[in-house]
Ligand binder design. Structure first.
Ligand code: ZN
Length: 255
C-alpha cells in the first residue's frame, strides 16, 4: 500500500532522508530565485551553464530513482546505460525551454521522493550498482542525492555558499573526498586541517607535508575543487620561515 509517510522507521535513515529533502528544497529555492534569462549564465563548473546544472540535477534524480526501483523490484535498472549517455542527456537537457527545465527538476525530485517513501524497510538493504560500478545498499542512494543537491546549489552561483551546507553533510563530503584521494594515492605529502572542529586528514606519514587549513566549510570548498577563499596553506621549503603562509595549491582531483 502506498502511504504518505516513509515506510522505513530506521531513525538514522530518516535523518539522512531529511538531509536530502532539505538539500532538494534548498536547491529549489536557489533555482527559483533565478529568472529564465539568468539560467543562461555560467555556473561555477567550467563549461557548464546554470542550465546544465539544473538538467544534471533533474536527470540525477531520475537515475537515482531507477536504483531505488531496482531495490524495490529486484529488476536491474542501472542509473544510466553509460557515462556517454549521461553526458549527452545533460547537454540535451541544457537546451530545454526554461519551463521544461524547471519541470524536469520539480517532477524528478517528487518522483524520487515517492520512490524513497514507499520503499519497504527490508528493501533498503538490497544491493544496487552505481555508475562508478560500486555495489551499495539502497540506503546509499540517499547520500548520493544529498551531496549532489547541496553542492550543485552552490554551483548555481546564485549566492549559496558552502557555509549554507549543514555540518554533517560537510563532514561526510570531506571524508568522501579525502577517502577518494587515499584510494588513488593522490594525497601524498598533503595534510588537511579543519580549524573549527579539530580534525586532521590526509597523509599522516609525511615528514614534510603541505598543510592546508581553515574552517570546515572553507576546507570542503577547497577539497571539492570549488575555490580556496577561506583556507591557508603552508608549503614546506628548505628556506621556509616558520609559519610563512604560501599560495594555496589546487586540491587533488576526486571524481
Ligand atoms: Zn553532479
Amino acid at each position: 500500500m502506498v502511504g504518505r509517510h516513509d515506510q522505513t522507521t530506521d531513525p538514522e535513515l530518516l535523518a539522512a532522508l531529511l538531509q536530502a529533502r532539505r538539500g532538494t528544497a534548498f536547491f529549489a529555492r536557489k533555482l527559483n530565485e533565478l529568472s529564465d534569462a539568468e539560467l543562461d549564465g555560467d555556473s561555477l563548473l567550467p563549461g557548464w551553464t546554470r542550465r546544465h546544472i539544473t538538467a544534471h540535477i533533474g536527470y540525477n534524480a531520475r537515475a537515482i530513482a531507477r536504483l531505488v526501483e531496482w531495490a524495490a523490484t529486484g529488476v536491474e535498472t542501472p542509473m544510466y546505460p553509460s557515462t556517454a549517455v549521461r553526458d549527452h542527456e545533460i547537454d540535451f537537457g541544457a537546451t530545454l525551454s526554461p519551463i521544461a527545465l524547471r519541470h524536469l527538476f520539480d517532477h524528478s525530485a517528487v518522483h524520487l521522493n515517492v520512490e524513497w517513501r514507499d520503499l519497504p524497510e527490508d528493501a533498503w538493504h538490497h544491493k544496487v550498482r552505481t555508475i562508478q560500478g560500486r555495489e551499495v545498499a539502497a540506503t546509499e542512494t540517499v547520500w548520493m542525492r544529498t551531496r549532489e543537491v547541496w553542492m550543485h546549489a552552490v554551483d548555481l552561483d546564485n549566492g549559496a555558499t558552502f557555509r549554507d551546507i549543514p555540518v554533517p553533510v560537510l563532514e561526510r563530503l570531506l571524508k568522501d573526498i579525502t577517502g577518494a584521494w587515499k584510494a588513488r594515492g593522490t594525497d601524498e605529502d598533503l595534510v588537511v586541517k579543519v580549524t573549527d572542529c579539530d580534525l586532521t586528514l590526509g597523509d599522516p606519514t609525511s615528514a614534510s607535508p603541505t598543510v592546508v587549513s581553515g574552517p570546515l566549510a572553507a576546507v570542503v570548498e577547497w577539497v571539492a575543487g570549488r575555490g580556496n577563499g577561506g583556507v591557508t596553506a603552508v608549503v614546506p621549503r628548505v628556506d621556509a620561515v616558520e609559519g610563512f603562509v604560501d599560495a594555496v595549491p589546487p586540491a587533488p582531483k576526486w571524481i
